[in-house]
Design a protein around this ligand. Structure first.
Ligand SMILES: [Zn+2]
Length: 281
């Protein structure tokens, strides 16, 4: 049967992924962050991408593991890339897309190769982004922007990697709708800085609402969490090591409470001694 409306950039794949009925594969363009790369056979890879306009997409890259491939280096984890994809951008769950072309915009991954703490922080950003976008091809612009910004900040190295990661996690939890309460009681809403913090209750809690087992972080820790949430880097960069570590512990506990299971990469993040300059430029 002839195609009634032939158009450039559209190809019909006979017997597509979803059964015997042919469907259209359309070429479309987007930019994306590379979240994950998995081997597929001898020379192919499945790339998990968080795109700007089409949400999380899984796409096959053919031949990238050949030494002659022009694409391989551009599809390493954590890179910001410009892509031409083949698939159905309008049909969530249409299955694997295919990468037709890729150009590197900023290949942040190369900055983390010799820096294990930043590599693990970038891994935690990528894994969180994937976990917070459970439905493929559902637009997630804010998570895309936050993830790209976090990877860019990790590559720039202007702030300590753990601070960049915790700022990302706090803001991403805000997008997901479960940011910890910091400036009011999580239970009754009474404003002010409260001394107790309860992950099950939803964050800082006042003396009346404090459940058994609530933590009592240092006031500076709650201040750091608030500074990271609002982007007050002057306060965040000045935080001491013990404050940063307590903040990271509360952020991780809050995140893991809300995700069904813990992030694999989070325990690997080096939260030890901050760099001698405290990460401040
Ligand atoms: Zn209360």
């Amino acid at each position: 049967m002839r195609d009634p409306e032939p158009s450039r950039g559209r190809v019909v794949v006979p017997g597509g992924d979803n059964g015997p009925v042919p469907y259209r594969r359309q070429l479309y363009r987007d930019d994306a962050v590379v979240l994950r790369v998995q081997k597929l056979g001898e020379s192919d890879r499945i790339i998990t991408l968080l795109t700007r306009r089409h949400g999380r997409v899984r796409a096959v890259a053919r031949g990238v593991r050949r030494t002659t491939s022009r694409y391989g280096a551009r599809l390493e984890p954590f890179g910001h890339v410009d892509l031409q994809l083949a698939g159905d951008p309008q049909r969530p769950g249409a299955g694997l897309q295919a990468i037709a072309q890729v150009e590197g915009i900023d290949l942040y991954g190369k900055h983390f190769l010799a820096d294990y703490p930043r590599y693990t922080a970038a891994s935690a950003v990528a894994e969180t982004a994937e976990r917070l976008t459970p439905v493929e091809q559902e637009p997630a612009l804010r998570i895309f922007q936050l993830s790209l910004g976090a990877l860019r900040a990790l590559a720039a190295g202007e702030h300590a990697g753990t601070l960049v990661l915790d700022a990302y996690l706090l803001r991403a939890m805000g997008v997901a709708g479960w940011a910890p309460a910091l400036t009011e009681c999580a239970v009754c809403g009474t404003g002010g800085r409260h001394r107790a913090f309860s992950v099950p209750a939803g964050g800082a809690v006042c003396g009346d609402c404090r459940p058994p087992g609530a933590a009592h972080p240092a006031p500076a820790t709650i201040d750091l969490m608030a500074a990271l949430t609002s982007g007050d880097w002057r306060v965040a960069d000045a935080a001491e090591g013990a404050t940063r570590r307590e903040c990271s512990g509360l952020v991780a506990a809050h995140l893991q409470w809300h995700l069904e299971r813990g992030l694999r990469s989070l325990p690997l993040v080096d939260r030890g001694t901050p760099p001698p300059d405290g990460g401040v430029q």
